[in-house]
Write a protein that binds this ligand. Structure first.
Ligand code: ADP
Ligand code: F6P
Length: 326
């Protein structure tokens, strides 16, 4: 217990993710229940530097658990990656009486939290990203909603693709990670699933696969391509030229980040938000809330940032087998 905590802040940073509002709600209500005041910091670290700070009451977070996006807004803030920016951020926290901050975001946001902790502000990270790419946790808030949104959109593309006997390349988000692509690939029964972690850039294998499937009588060929590989439109042109089969690219884009969070996202967000508030209110700092082996746990941020995560090999092999790539 390093100091008595009177006021905490909460901010959302990096790409928004469905369920961030449910985290904010849980942080606010769990802290208030312990007699700790809460201030909302708008637009991530940018809003901190601009002193966009508002008092939050229990009622400030009414009617938000079901809403996508983040009521606090979010941003990517270059200035906060500099030591001057971080010192200014810590000074602003002190000026506003903020003893600690819950940072909801991904790995990048955790680095900002780590920098603030080094400046004497207690920080706790909560995983919020649709990419599922935070190494220290098996789950990050937003993934379930995003993957279901993508899956439903891909089902729709499949209908028209089959009707026209086309090949479809559908690009899903994930930055450099292939989790959204893997899950959609399996859940949508794709014929090819391209993951940045596994892709060998041999397009001829895909072309052979399309021709083989067409000879077998398949009317469609669905390729789920991860954003980390990208180039779906030019890939479609090359595949059409090589196979003679009409090929279209669909980039799902930002629709994957929006929408009302699923039950899983609301549940994880509520538990993780409350957990983060408890850690901060008890004077803990420089920790991240994680989900590992069926339990909510917390790790030191430094340790969390050195962890590595890989596409599970068995799941990848199953995806290949079920797509007919064996
Ligand atoms: P995410 O949190 O989803 O990984 P980003 O990587 O864009 O998203 O990071 C969000 C924000 O966190 C950045 O815009 C920046 O303000 C802050 N941030 C990222 N990296 C660092 C760093 N090395 N030091 C301090 N702040 C950082
Ligand atoms: O991290 C979430 C994410 O949606 C990634 O999947 C994507 O690469 C990135 O954010 C896009 O970021 P921006 O909103 O800055 O274009």
């Amino acid at each position: 217990m390093s100091q008595e905590i009177k006021t905490i802040g909460v901010l959302t940073s990096g790409g928004d993710a469905p369920g961030m509002n449910a985290v904010i709600r849980a942080v606010v209500r769990k802290a208030l229940a312990q007699g700790v005041a809460v201030k909302g910091i708008k637009k991530g670290y940018q809003g901190l530097l601009n002193e966009e700070i508002v008092e939050m009451q229990a009622a400030s977070v009414s009617d938000i658990i079901q809403r996508g996006g983040t009521i606090l807004g979010t941003a990517r803030c270059k200035e906060f990656t500099t030591s001057e920016g971080q010192k200014l951020g810590a000074d602003i926290c002190k000026k506003h009486g903020i003893d600690g901050i819950v940072v909801i975001g991904g790995d990048g946001s955790y680095k900002g939290a780590q920098a603030l902790a080094r400046q004497g502000i207690n920080t706790i990270g909560v995983p919020g990203t649709i990419d599922l790419d935070i190494s220290c946790t098996e789950y990050s808030i937003g993934f379930d909603t995003a993957v279901n949104t993508a899956m439903q959109a891909i089902d729709k593309v499949r209908d028209t693709s089959s009707s026209h006997e086309r090949c479809s390349i559908i690009e899903v988000m994930g930055r450099n990670a292939g989790y959204l692509a893997l899950w959609c690939g399996i859940a949508n029964g794709a014929e090819d699933i391209l993951l940045p972690e596994k892709y060998d850039y041999n397009e001829q294998n895909i072309i052979n696969n399309i021709i083989r499937n067409r000879k077998k009588g398949k009317t469609h060929h669905l390729i789920i391509n991860a954003e980390g590989i990208g180039h779906s439109t030019s890939m479609a042109r090359r595949i059409e030229a090589a196979t003679g089969i009409e090929t279209r690219a669909t980039i799902l884009g930002y629709m994957q980040r929006g929408g009302s969070p699923t039950c899983k996202d609301r549940y994880f967000a509520s538990i993780m938000g409350a957990y983060a508030a408890d850690l901060l209110c008890s004077g803990k700092s420089n920790r991240v809330v994680c989900y590992q082996h069926g339990e909510f746990v917390d790790y030191d941020i430094e340790e969390a940032l050195t962890m590595q995560k890989e596409i599970p090999e068995y799941e990848y092999q199953v995806s290949r087998l079920l797509s007919g790539n064996y």
